[in-house]
Design a protein around this ligand. Structure first.
Ligand code: COS
Length: 380
């Protein structure tokens, strides 16, 4: 089993250790799943994670008064990613897609959470556009007020769960002010007339992904999340919660790569001795272990700080995401190297980790954007 000693760090409570043990046992029984039909696999994973109770952590309980627990989100993502990247994806998107409702939704909007937490509805976060990815404030999509409705027009792209989601959290320009202060957030059910899937997008580690088109798409004014013009801040607040958990997924991939490498170093013979006897290999393993522990410290520092009630963890979350995803890429690259030809064999564990990790340095704010965010916070 992977190293679990981090769970004794002071960031955690007994409930976190119990959650990690319960999920580990579940993963050993149910993961990995077959990825051939990614839509079908994701739908089945959402159902299974809902039935097992783990999706309860992805959004707030609409009947309760507890906020999202970022440490639980991170432990779940780390554990799932270590076993199966698609399972992590299915869990993570239930949280990201409903994050704005968990944080700012009305009681009516929160009714969706009962469904997403049970695995009975799938959610998606629709922020990026063909012309604005990193530069969110520059979005083109509009939401025009018309009586007791808003009319959405425009496109969203790189939308995870696009095509299988039941609800989309959509950001659009309502024009209260130019730039960041003129954007609002909306809950849009997938079957709303005027919303169509313009394109399904295939990537190196496939998961449901699409470009969405909104044409004269009419939604009730009650679909507005928060106040008109608050959409940019809502998006950033959601990302403050979920960015450190992207780091946690990267950490899960890195831990798996390290575990596979240690196994390889023990079992593989080279020059008449185990591979792990070579100091060059020991050097790589030491670097990998150091990267894993340092990433874990940054991730759980960010999660703990948020859980302790900090209003913003922008700097901590950006550091955790930037460091954990970049270092996981390096850890996995070393794992591939130490596995030799088997490291690039299609279907091998390290080969799939090599494909899975790359997108994490791009989505939910590219590494370059995280540097901008960190520098601004440090200089403020
Ligand atoms: N929480 C709350 N408010 C925030 C915030 C946060 N984390 N970050 C910024 N804000 C507020 C600012 O305080 C500012 O408010 P005022 O207008 O009241 O001063 C407002 O939002 C605008 O902020 P800023 O000027 O920093 O906006 P920029 O347009 O310069 O954008 C970056 C900054 C680059 C950080 C932002 O566009 C970003 O995070 N981009 C990456 C997007 C991303 O992650 N996309 C992935 C989509 S999901 S796969």
């Amino acid at each position: 089993m992977a190293d679990q000693s981090f769970l004794s760090w002071p960031f955690f409570e007994d409930r976190h250790r119990a959650l990690a043990a319960e999920l580990e046992a579940w993963c050993e029984k149910h993961l990995p799943v077959d990825h051939d039909d990614v839509d079908g696999a994701c739908k089945a994973l959402v159902k299974a994670l809902g039935a097992a109770g783990f999706l309860r952590h992805s959004a707030i309980d609409p009947e309760g008064d507890q906020p999202l627990d970022v440490r639980s989100l991170a432990i779940i993502r780390e554990t799932l990613a270590r076993h199966d990247g698609l399972a992590d994806f299915a869990f993570a998107m239930q949280g990201l897609g409903t994050g704005a409702i968990s944080l700012f939704g009305t009681p009516e909007q929160k009714a969706w959470l009962s469904k997403t937490r049970a695995g009975d509805a799938i959610s998606a976060f629709a922020l990026s556009e063909p012309r604005s990815g990193s530069d969110v404030a520059n979005m083109d999509m509009t939401a025009r007020r018309d009586g007791d409705a808003y009319v959405l027009d425009g496109e969203k792209t790189w939308i995870s769960n696009g095509g299988i989601a039941d609800l989309y959290c959509v950001f659009a320009r309502t024009g209260e002010a130019p730039g960041a202060r003129g954007i609002s957030a909306f809950v849009v059910p997938a079957d709303t007339p005027g919303l169509t899937i313009a394109e399904r997008i295939d990537v190196i580690a496939p998961h449901p992904l699409a470009r969405l088109k909104f044409e004269n798409c009419r939604i009730p004014a009650a679909a507005l999340i928060g106040k008109p013009g608050d959409g940019f801040k809502i998006a950033m607040s959601v990302l403050d919660v979920f960015r450190s958990t992207v780091g946690a997924a990267a950490l899960g991939f890195a831990r798996r790569a390290l575990d596979e490498t240690v196994k390889r170093a023990r079992e593989r013979e080279l020059f008449g001795a185990p591979l792990g006897d070579l100091q060059m290999v020991q050097g790589h393993i030491a670097d990998m272990a150091l990267d894993v522990d340092a990433a874990a410290l940054l991730i759980y520092r960010a999660a703990w700080t948020k859980d302790m009630g900090a209003p913003r963890v922008t700097r901590e979350a950006a550091m955790a995401k930037l460091y954990a995803t970049d270092r996981a890429q390096s850890v996995i690259d070393k794992a591939v190297q130490i596995h030799g030809g088997d490291g690039v064999r299609k279907g091998s564990i390290v080969e799939s980790l090599y494909r899975e990790i790359r997108a994490l340095r791009i989505y939910e704010g590219a590494s370059d954007v995280q540097k901008v965010v960190i520098a601004r916070q440090v200089m403020a």
